[in-house]
Design a protein around this ligand. Structure first.
Ligand SMILES: [Zn+2]
Length: 575
């Protein structure tokens, strides 16, 4: 007797093969038969006219905190994600040595990943010390999606070095202490090691986060420890991930992967035909490292993810050259400065410098759309572009932006329209998707909650492949969303529709698949805000043989597993 038969679906198995109509038999959470299935079953699901494919694997999320107050990890569950990796970029909530560590990491997360402090305080129990205890708390609390967590460098360093973790290199004893902690954390199920050296990552006080102060020896010692454990992996984010890698960064990431004996993924590769040298440098960096025995994989998003901006709260605009000098001022002072047209012109000129790098994408002021506004003076502006309003007012677009923002005490929400939605950029992206050092991912789901919504990339891309630009076939897109990431992380028996594999499945209507428009909702603990969207066309999602979504709505079930290294993953060798 089977637990379930999914009858007559168009099976897209995750290998890239063309769809085949057939049945799927499920027992004890696994697929036990594919093809014509005659055995009786407790439950039969009619999949006639639907695509049945493996559940999606999101390789880069930051749900480490949200998973406590929202064990369904919305909205990724609705978008068909059935397994995901957390603990990226060096940022995890464990291990903790004492309360001061939790305080530090909490505030750091607010800054680096745009999480709301109220949500982290009200929604997270903080009732663990070791990494293993953290994983146990997640498992006890339940999860709708299978989730594995890397061990973050910042937490290790903070626990060992306390306040000296910022501004200091570690002593030999401290590195040894971190190594022991990492060993213990991975033995308890941590999926590997993540670290960050990106100039964009600063803590609550505005100082570089702990991992940015680590000497190469420290980083490499932790990578070598990772290599001693089966089924582990490495992840990092560095300056070069944004602006192109310098030679020393290529050398370090090569060493990390070679000495760590594991694949190293980084995010996120941005492809823009206006700056082709940046992504060419990044692909060449991966190729060079891989020719020297490393396995480096760049994550790239297959859809354009809008990110909103603000002159009031911290956002990517603050990364423009020298903008910090104005935007680190408190509100009254900042507003006083912005009332001075010379300052505004200076900001505009700074933004146009080549040093803006990848952030120069944000300086097409004409193409900023006004989002939510708050003052009477700005009524009626929502939805209009700055270029349009500026022409009406006979002013420059950026000056108009500041003028509007000042009326709202800087709270105006801005949506830059994409500057890289041209055919050539898309041609280059489609080419990159098939490069062996490139993998689809980088949603950052669970982070930057009120700025961007990366989670919809799965169904949004499928819609684009089926009904939009059609840059690759739907079965190939499914492969990129399932088997490819499952193999990079060595997820055992996941990522395909095949006998013996876990029944992590998505059933969708190919005509309806897609995502709703992103909107701002206030549903986090403490009524803090986030951007939200839902999938369309998802008829059913199953995790370990249990249905978690029906007709686009979540069920009460929490059948996900905490994926532990070695037990749930196989070692992916570095060539
Ligand atoms: Zn990240």
């Amino acid at each position: 007797m089977l637990d379930m038969i999914i009858r007559g679906g168009s099976i897209v198995d995750g290998t890239g093969a063309a769809p085949v109509v057939g049945d799927i038999g499920i027992r004890d959470g696994r697929i036990v038969a594919v093809g014509q299935v005659d055995e009786p079953a407790v439950e039969t699901v009619d999949a006639d006219g639907l695509v049945v494919c493996p559940g999606f694997v999101d390789p880069h999320t930051h749900y480490d905190a949200q998973i406590f107050w929202d064990p369904r990890t919305t909205p990724s569950n609705l978008f068909g994600v059935t397994s995901m990796i957390g603990g990226n970029c060096g940022f995890t909530l464990a291990p903790l040595g004492d309360e001061s560590d939790g305080e530090y990491l909490k505030k750091m997360m607010v800054k680096v990943e745009g999480m709301a402090l109220e949500a982290l305080e009200l929604g997270v129990p903080w009732n663990w010390r070791s990494f293993g205890e953290y994983l146990d708390r997640v498992a006890e609390n339940g999860t709708a999606i299978n989730v594995g967590f890397l061990v973050g460098h910042c937490a290790l360093r903070r626990l060992v070095m306390k306040d000296d973790s910022v501004g200091h290199e570690a002593t030999e004893e401290q590195v040894e202490h971190m190594r022991r902690l990492l060993k213990e954390s991975i033995e308890a199920g941590g999926l590997g090691f993540s670290t960050g050296r990106s100039f964009t990552h600063n803590d609550w006080d505005g100082n570089p986060v702990p991992s940015r102060w680590a000497a190469w020896d420290e980083v490499l010692e932790l990578c070598r420890e990772t290599s001693a454990h089966p089924g582990t992996t490495l992840e990092w984010v560095a300056d070069g991930c944004l602006n192109g890698f310098a030679d020393d960064e290529v050398e370090l990431m090569t060493k990390m992967s070679v000495e760590g004996g594991r694949p190293l993924n980084w995010n996120v590769l941005t492809i823009d035909s206006a700056r082709p040298e940046a992504y060419r440098n990044q692909i060449a960096a991966c190729e060079k490292a891989n020719s020297e025995g490393a396995k480096i994989v760049a994550l790239t998003m297959p859809v354009l993810v809008g990110m909103n901006m603000s002159l009031g709260t911290f956002c990517a605009l603050h990364q423009l050259p020298e903008w910090k000098t104005i935007f680190s001022l408190d509100y009254p002072e900042r507003m006083a400065k912005l009332r001075d047209p010379e300052v505004v012109t200076w900001l505009e000129n700074q933004a146009a410098l080549p040093e803006a790098g990848v952030f120069s994408r944000l300086t097409g002021w004409d193409n900023y759309q006004v989002g939510d506004t708050y003052s009477a003076a700005n009524e009626g502006l929502k939805g209009r572009t700055l270029g349009d309003i500026a022409r009406e007012r006979g002013k420059r677009a950026f000056h108009t932006m500041v003028e509007i923002a000042l009326e709202d005490d800087l709270a105006t929400v801005w949506w830059p329209l994409p500057t890289d939605d041209d055919a050539e950029s898309w041609r280059l992206r489609a080419q990159a998707w098939e490069h062996e050092a490139v993998m689809i991912g980088g949603s950052d789901a669970g982070a930057h909650l009120d700025r961007m919504a990366g989670a919809p990339y799965t169904t949004a891309w499928l819609a684009d492949c089926l009904h939009g630009r059609q840059l690759t076939s739907m079965p190939n897109a499914v492969r990129h969303l399932t088997d490819v990431p499952a193999r990079l992380f060595g997820l055992r028996d996941r990522g395909r529709v095949a006998e013996g594999y876990f029944a992590d499945l998505v059933l969708f209507d190919a005509d309806e698949i897609g995502a709703t428009d992103v909107e701002l909702v206030f549903d986090l603990p403490g009524d803090s805000k986030r951007l939200y969207s839902e999938a369309t066309g998802i008829q059913r999602v199953m995790v370990n043989g249990v249905t978690t979504v029906v007709d686009g709505q979540p069920t009460d079930a929490l059948p996900g597993k905490v994926l532990r290294s070695g037990a749930d993953t196989d070692t992916v060798p570095v060539p």
